[in-house]
Ligand binder design. Structure first.
Ligand code: 9D3
Length: 261
């Protein structure tokens, strides 16, 4: 059971997104709980002001510290009453890059996960000082706030919670094909606008299909993400398939081949 609290100035962004598809089903199955809290509800003035101009001047607004500290205090109090601990995450461009390994760790988390979403130019630095949250980045590009990153963390973790996926085979397959790109998928009909399905997939030869898919995954990775292959050792089968791919002539930068794995 994954329990997530999201603190945000834009609660509808979170509520909307978690109300669909797999995240919706995970909640219906009791495998995920998402509670969204509006930081404006933790302001103290009658205009509910949650941001202000930066000291020292400059562009944009800075989120005020006190509403955030009050919201986290409230959640800590609630967690303590329930005998729970919390883990505070702060999506931020300065954070540690979010990876599949971290998604796995989150999915197995026994503490309540609290995600603090910043917006605008940033949050008052005293929030970091007081709360020392774990800062996580979702990539090297600039977003408008932490809400979409929060949803990325929730989405990536939830699908790894046992019982969430209807078909746990895909998670097994995913850890097996660890850090290779996917092979191509096809579904009916067998012909679409003159484009056909590779013969082998219609053959019923399971071993031939397995090898074809593995080779396709290796080919795509070799061409599109050679970095994923370069620092990784390959099994003798993968090595053989990759040699076939290269001798068939694929344009890409050369890779250093690893030892047998
Ligand atoms: C002017 C300097 N900007 C830093 C690059 C300020 C700034 C821009 C955007 C501060 C915060 C944001 C909002 N972004 C996030 O909250 C965020 C984010 C991102 O922008 N990219 C990748 N991962 C993340 S996690 C949170």
């Amino acid at each position: 059971m994954l329990r997530v609290d999201v603190l945000t100035l834009f609660p509808e962004m979170i509520v909307q997104a978690v109300g669909h598809s797999m995240l919706k089903r995970a909640q219906e199955k009791g495998l995920l709980t998402v509670q969204v809290h509006n930081l404006r509800d933790y302001t103290l003035d009658r205009h509910k002001v949650a941001d202000d101009v930066p000291y020292g001047g400059g562009a944009g607004m800075v989120m005020k510290a006190e509403p955030i500290l009050r919201a986290v205090d409230a959640l800590r109090g609630q967690a303590r009453t329930d005998g729970d601990e919390i883990r505070l995450l702060f999506p931020s461009p300065q954070g540690r890059p979010f990876t599949q390994d971290q998604a796995r760790t989150l999915a197995a988390e026994r503490r309540r996960i609290v995600i603090l979403c910043g917006h605008y130019e940033g949050v008052d630095e005293r929030v970091r000082e007081a709360l020392q949250p774990e800062e996580v980045s979702v990539g090297d590009y600039v977003l408008t706030g932490g809400e979409l990153p929060a949803l990325i963390l929730i989405d990536a973790a939830t699908r790894l919670v046992p019982g969430v996926l209807g078909d746990p085979e895909s998670v097994v397959e995913e850890s097996f094909s660890d850090s290779l790109l996917e092979y191509p998928h096809y579904t009916r009909p067998a012909e679409v606008r003159g484009m056909t399905v590779p013969e082998v997939l219609l053959s019923g030869h399971h071993e031939a299909i397995r090898l074809w898919r593995r080779k396709q995954a290796l080919r795509r990775t070799y061409v599109w993400r050679p970095d994923l292959i370069r620092d990784r050792s390959l099994s003798s089968e993968d090595q053989r398939l990759l040699n076939e791919i290269i001798s068939e002539g694929v344009s890409s930068t050369p890779v250093r081949c690893g030892e047998e794995g």
